[in-house]
Design a protein around this ligand. Structure first.
Ligand code: DAH
Length: 338
């Protein structure tokens, strides 16, 4: 019996298994009900009484040894099994690339279109003074846009405020450069509004300004048509509606044909076939003069649009708050838009 035990122990020591199936075959051979170890256990009955103690102990040890040895072989077989599939050229963990923010994507598209028309980027400060944001742009002293409800003032100083529109960059550039001026001004603006799906206390605008000799409304219209078709596709039509802004005369609002219904009228365009996208007009001579540009020699056009609005039209984002929450599930939806 002792010999048999030693023999099995030696066999197990020498055993190898290349995969899980071979391990299982060994387990069946030694440890199953009909296996070699179990057979010895069954034989234990016939062991003479005086040897029972010694052999019983040896048998128990064999059983433990066999179990441990087979587990060990199973562990190794597992490793060797996956070693065969292991691709050592792979990086340890996939690198998750970030995505560009939808507002950045759209801002870049807008800038790119105007760049092709010869516009260059101009920037100005977000903390501004009253003159650049309102005064030079012809806002009367009692104009409602200066109201506490719309404007964030800094340190309760009515002279220092967060710009409410990027038109302030117009006045900065016009008062420091000579025409011809052809600029595009992207930037963040602030308004004292309650945050909801449709309004936010900060958002983004892009402003364009062109000042030169003989700039006419026809130049403005052609620029707008080019922009609309580059941005929304060649089938896009535009319409200009008379409007009012203190800093332009005449002023207009531009609509584009609704690309959901192709202009037939749907719930998105409220049945009109048109959606409003920006404000524009001929720079008011008083604004040119305030900035030191001779309004008899020069004329210009300006336009301003909300980046969130254009993004909504392109990607149908329903809730403005999504733009500033940085929820990666939302941001990852724009991976393909790069
Ligand atoms: N500043 C205007 C706003 O924030 C937008 C705007 C309208 C800009 C007409 C312009 C313009 O340059 O000509 O609502």
């Amino acid at each position: 019996m002792i010999n048999k035990i030693n023999e099995i122990r030696a066999e197990l020591m020498a055993a190898t298994a290349a995969n899980a199936a071979e391990v299982e075959a060994l387990r069946i051979k030694y440890l199953s009900k009909k296996g070699a170890v179990s057979a010895l256990m069954a034989d234990f009955r016939n062991v003479p009484a005086e040897q029972k103690r010694e052999i019983g102990q040896a048998l128990n040890e064999l059983k433990t040894f066999a179990t441990e040895r087979i587990n060990e072989l199973r562990d190794n077989a597992g490793n060797e099994g996956s070693a065969e599939l292991l691709d050592l050229t792979r990086t340890e963990a996939p690198v998750r690339l970030g995505t560009r923010h939808p507002l950045s994507l759209v801002r870049e598209q807008i800038i790119d279109i105007f760049r092709r028309l010869g516009f260059t980027i101009a920037e100005g400060p977000e903390v501004e003074d009253d003159w650049h944001v309102f005064e030079a742009l012809n806002f009367a002293a009692d104009h409602p846009a200066r109201d506490m409800q719309d404007t964030f003032f800094v340190a309760r100083n009515p002279e220092v405020l967060l710009r409410t529109h990027t038109s302030s960059v117009q006045t900065r550039v016009m008062s420091s450069q000579k025409p011809p001026i052809r600029i595009i001004c992207p930037g963040r603006v602030y308004r004292n509004e309650a945050i909801s799906a449709r309004a936010h206390c900060f958002f983004h605008q892009v402003e364009a300004l062109y000042v030169d000799k003989n700039v006419t409304f026809a130049d403005l219209r052609q620029t707008l048509l080019y922009f609309a078709r580059e941005m929304f596709g060649p089938q896009t039509d535009i319409r200009l509606r008379p409007s009012y802004f203190p800093f332009t005369e005449p002023s207009a609002e531009m609509d584009i044909s609704c690309d959901l219904c192709g202009g037939k009228g749907c719930s998105f365009c409220k049945g009109t076939g048109w959606v409003e996208i920006l404000g524009c007009g001929m720079v008011d001579p008083a604004v040119l003069e305030a900035c030191g540009i001779d309004s008899k020699e020069y004329s210009g056009f300006a336009l301003g649009m909300g980046v969130e609005r254009i993004t909504n039209l392109k990607y149908r984002v329903k809730d403005l708050r999504l733009f500033s929450e940085n929820d990666t599930r939302f941001l990852e939806e724009f991976t393909a838009a790069h």
